[in-house]
Design a protein around this ligand. Structure first.
Ligand SMILES: Cc1ncc(C[n+]2csc(CCOP(=O)(O)OP(=O)(O)O)c2C)c(N)n1
Ligand code: SF4
Length: 291
């Protein structure tokens, strides 16, 4: 029997009322249900931040890791068991700040995982400091005279590094985000989804109305070719990054985990003997877990 949205529920979120992360959570849950994936087939790895709590709020396997270290854990899990659907989730600070080095190498390595970044242009959990995405001049708690640096362009960076799937969604348009997340999961290789997810508490300027009035939807443009990386670069530049939809997809991408002979035949987990019970207990005990 197919999973339902109820099967994907877990703890009740403690996010502020109106937080964009609710929309992203709902989009991921709906995408998994639509794709008829069962919760036990999915691992969600998250970083630290308000967004990082998402792995506790979804009824899949979960790993809440260290700030900025989401991608190494997610890639390792996929390499160990490529039968799992692996989603990495986190904030823009997590992915484009402290963890940006891992993003560069995840794109180049092309392990078949989906990375959903909840982008609110601010460090929210730590109460509103400038993030790498904060526009120059914006006043934040860490920049009372205005943020002095230029922001990163995460999608431009990903395209420049040769990413095989680059998309942008919006928590205020969940139906569209569902379609984007489904396409990202189906893509064979590393997929980046930058999901604008307003922080209504610490960055209300970058809110629902602001985004709704400005986002240009490439998926509604019949002339847009999502297989043309230069077109993606052009539209990003023309619209100042305020674009929604699947900007680029390379249907011929070959994931790392399928390209290497040692992974190609069967997943690593199938190639090693299962742990005997005493060893399993000892490993769990080393993490302070008793079963
Ligand atoms: C190594 C390390 N450095 C700093 C912190 C403090 N810290 C916790 S969350 C966070 C930023 C969160 O911002 P973001 O990743 O954008 O997520 P959001 O809370 O906005 O969802 C920081 C700096 C930490 N937990 N670990
Ligand atoms: S502080 Fe911002 S990002 Fe964090 S839960 Fe509240 S609205 Fe969401």
């Amino acid at each position: 029997m197919s999973a339902t949205l109820n099967d994907y529920r877990a703890e009740t979120p403690t996010w502020c009322p109106g937080c964009g992360d609710f929309g992203v959570l709902r989009a991921i849950q709906r995408a998994l249900v639509d794709l008829e994936i069962a919760p036990h087939e999915v691992l969600v790895v998250s970083g630290i931040g308000c967004s990082g709590k998402l792995s506790s709020y979804i009824g899949t396997y979960g790993f809440h890791g260290l700030h900025g270290r989401t991608l190494p854990v997610a890639q390792a899990a996929k390499l160990a068991n490529r039968n799992l659907i692996v989603l990495a989730v986190g904030g823009d600070g997590d992915g484009y700040g402290i963890g940006v080095g891992h993003l560069v190498h995840a794109i180049r390595r092309n392990v078949d995982i989906t990375y959903i970044v909840m982008n609110n242009d601010v460090y929210a959990l730590t109460v509103g400091q400038s993030a790498p995405t904060t526009p120059r001049g914006r006043i934040t708690r860490s920049a009372p005279y205005g943020t002095p640096e230029e922001p990163v362009s995460p999608l431009g960076m990903a395209l420049g590094l040769g990413a095989g799937f680059v998309a942008q969604g919006f928590a205020g348009n969940v139906d569209h985000l569902v379609a984007i997340v489904k396409a990202a999961i189906r893509h064979r290789g590393f997929a980046l989804v930058n999901a604008f997810s307003p922080c209504v508490t610490f960055n209300p300027e970058f809110g629902y109305d602001y985004l709704r009035a400005r986002l240009f939807d490439v998926d509604q443009d019949p002339g847009y070719d999502r297989h043309d990386a230069m077109a993606a670069m052009r539209v990003l530049s023309e619209k100042g990054g305020l674009v929604e939809g699947i900007l680029y997809e390379d249907p011929a991408a070959i994931p790392y985990d399928e390209a290497l002979p040692q992974f190609a035949k069967e997943p690593l987990v199938a190639q090693v003997a299962p742990l005997d019970d005493a060893t399993r207990q000892a490993v769990l005990a080393s993490f302070g877990v008793t079963s």
